[in-house]
Design a protein around this ligand. Structure first.
Ligand code: PMV
Ligand code: MG
Length: 331
């Protein structure tokens, strides 16, 4: 019997978080290949199992399985007929010791479920289709995010994501069928960014879970035009610097977006994220909080391998765990 297996990873913001909640703003988001796995096969009865929970579900609505079930519903509508019965098994919680990493598990599970079903039921989906179907699912479920996370997870690459007007598209979703909405231009832009610098990209995990949804609700009213304009300017500089391997401009722009975040709300740079950033002192490294802040992860881009080691020692002393690292363009 046909059995398929697919994986999706997580994401972390380099720059543009919070600003990207406003339509038309850009964020740089890096793919983190710490993955969840879905196994799917045809079966006598439909059974959904996630290792997040101690029980399985069917297609009968279950609050814990809401996102998985909503993703299945979206795919079924896309498929155009009732889906045959199947088993879907999802494993690989993006967490440790019961604490989440904060690298985008809810977005990832949506992309993962749709991807698994598309392979099981022989529907080739481009990354863009996958993104739109996942975004459709999340918008219908009332998600208040920018959808930058699922753009990055669907494309599995470092991307520049220009956000779309989610309110407007949510309205279209209420008015029109899926196919009509999928055929519309939503107004977002997703561009793959190839980092040309030689550097270490490091992820530090604070072990303090933060809830993006609540962080967004708290900070949203603080976002003003100045914040948006200055962030956009630095995000564009940062993107150009990545593409042209301009270390100093990269460091400078990331420092500026970090300052802008610090000025936006004191809830972002909690003590551990402050330590994560301060660990860069005197080193050829730029570090910052990533995403909503308040805990979860921060990132660092290091231009010296010796300095990377010093940073990691400092992180360890501050109780910050190295969650992931990748090397850009080293020979
Ligand atoms: O904390 P994260 O990695 O989920 O990132 C949230 C980024 C925000 O811009 C604050 C929200 C969003 O959905 O874009
Ligand atoms: Mg977070």
């Amino acid at each position: 019997m046909k059995q398929v297996q697919v994986q999706t990873g997580g994401k972390l913001y380099l720059a543009g978080e919070y600003a990207v909640l406003t339509a038309g703003q850009t964020a740089l988001i890096n793919y983190i290949p710490i993955c969840m796995t879905a196994t799917a096969k045809l079966a006598q009865t439909t059974k959904l199992q996630s290792d997040m929970f101690t029980y399985s579900a069917s297609r009968k609505p279950d609050p814990n399985y809401q996102l998985i079930q909503a993703s299945i519903d979206t795919f079924e509508t896309y498929y155009g007929q009732s889906l045959p019965k199947f088993e879907l098994d999802i494993s690989g919680k993006l967490e440790k010791d019961g604490l989440k990493f904060g690298i985008g598990s809810s977005g990832s599970v949506t992309v993962l479920t749709i991807k698994a079903l598309s392979v099981l039921f022989n529907q080739d989906l481009t990354a863009d289709r996958l993104f739109k179907l996942a975004a459709y699912t999340l918008l219908k479920s009332g998600d208040n995010g920018s959808m930058g996370d699922i753009a990055c997870i669907a494309y599995q690459a470092l991307i520049a994501y220009k956000s779309f007007d989610r309110k407007l598209i949510a309205e279209q979703i209420r008015k029109h069928d899926l196919k009509t909405v999928l055929d519309m231009d939503w107004g977002y832009e997703i561009e793959l960014v190839q980092a040309k610098l030689s550097a270490d990209f490091l992820v530090g995990w604070t072990r303090q879970p933060a809830i993006s949804k609540d962080m967004i609700t708290a900070a949203k009213s603080l976002i003003d035009q100045t914040f948006l304009q200055e962030t956009e300017k630095e995000v564009q500089i940062c993107k150009e610097a990545l593409l042209s391997a301009d270390k100093n401009r990269l460091k400078d722009s990331l420092q500026k977006v970090s300052d802008l975040l610090e000025g936006l709300s004191s809830a972002i740079y909690v003590d551990k994220l402050k330590s994560l950033k301060e660990a860069e002192k005197g080193l050829d490294i730029i570090a910052k909080s990533s995403g909503s802040g308040g805990g979860d992860c921060g990132i660092a881009i290091s231009f010296s391998q010796e300095d990377s080691q010093i940073l990691l020692d400092r992180w360890q002393d501050a109780g910050i765990e190295l969650l992931y690292q990748e090397r850009w363009n080293h020979d």
